[in-house]
Write a protein that binds this ligand. Structure first.
Ligand SMILES: Nc1ncnc2c1ncn2[C@@H]1O[C@H](COP(=O)(O)OP(=O)(O)OP(=O)(O)O)[C@@H](O)[C@H]1O
Length: 236
């Protein structure tokens, strides 16, 4: 399988603090990769460098074999990297439809936009009226709206930052089904604290600890790894 995303020596320092240090990450095209680690491990900083929101202190990022280390975020979106932030991309005063249409217009025009919007809202299972204001949605549903916005960009790599936060058990079950469905067409990088979701959805898991990769492997291997248990899972 080909590598869609590769980092080498990727590092970020914030005034003396090494938030991410020397990360070599290879994500294969078509896989669902989970990125886990304790609070403050550097997960959000790492993906910020993948999508261009954070400038690395050192190291490189390649997408499809092309060095994108210095490419601005909006051009990375055009290449097919979509990142759902922790809600910061939702416009509270716009409707669900308008929010998703903003994202869909990157690739479509005219009637194609309306179709893409309806498809994306349907795919994430948001059944509120499309004219409802996004700000009136529950926190969990705003997360789903963000995923719909990401999908409308027809991404090749979809980066989801804690997507199940604020979702009910039934919504989490639906989310897992959505990931399985999406994985047929999209490579997914999933930052997630909910271990059952990680263990069920991921092909491979990367564990970050103090800014460095502590372990990498399939979910069973990670679950059995003593260093991971000690650092994160709390079951060592
Ligand atoms: N803009 C910033 N300026 C200074 N320090 C920062 C900044 N952003 C993050 N940090 C620090 O970098 C470290 C890594 O933070 P980061 O948010 O990447 O971790 P995380 O693994 O995503 O944590 P969480 O699971 O809590 O979201 C933390 O110590 C954090 O306080």
């Amino acid at each position: 399988m080909s590598t869609i995303l590769a980092t080498r020596g990727l590092s970020k320092q914030f005034a003396g603090l090494r938030a991410v240090e020397g990360v070599d990450l290879d994500i294969a095209s078509g896989e669902v990769r989970a990125l886990i680690g304790p609070n403050g491990a550097g997960k959000t900083t790492l993906v910020g460098m993948l999508c261009g929101r954070i400038e690395p202190s050192a190291g490189t990022v390649a997408f499809d074999g092309r060095d994108i280390s210095r490419m601005p975020a909006h051009r990375r979106i055009n290449l097919g990297i979509a990142y759902t932030f922790q809600i910061t991309s939702v416009f509270a005063n716009l409707s669900l439809r308008e929010n998703v249409a903003l994202a869909a217009r990157r690739h479509r025009r005219g009637a194609g936009v309306a179709t893409a919007v309806a498809e994306a809202l349907d795919r994430v299972g948001l059944d509120e009226p499309p004219d409802q204001k996004a700000g009136d949605l529950s926190y969990g549903h705003q997360r789903l709206l963000e995923i719909a916005m990401g999908l409308a960009q027809r991404p090749r790599l979809l980066i989801l930052d804690e997507p199940t936060q604020g979702l009910s058990d039934a919504e989490i079950a639906a989310f897992k089904a959505l990931i399985r469905d999406l994985s047929a067409t999209t490579t997914i990088l999933l930052i997630e604290h909910n271990m059952p979701v990680v263990m069920e959805c991921a092909d491979r898991v990367t564990v970050l600890n103090f800014g460095q990769i502590l372990a990498e492997g399939d979910p069973d291997t990670i679950r059995a790894d003593r260093a991971v248990q000690a650092a994160y899972l709390g079951t060592g």
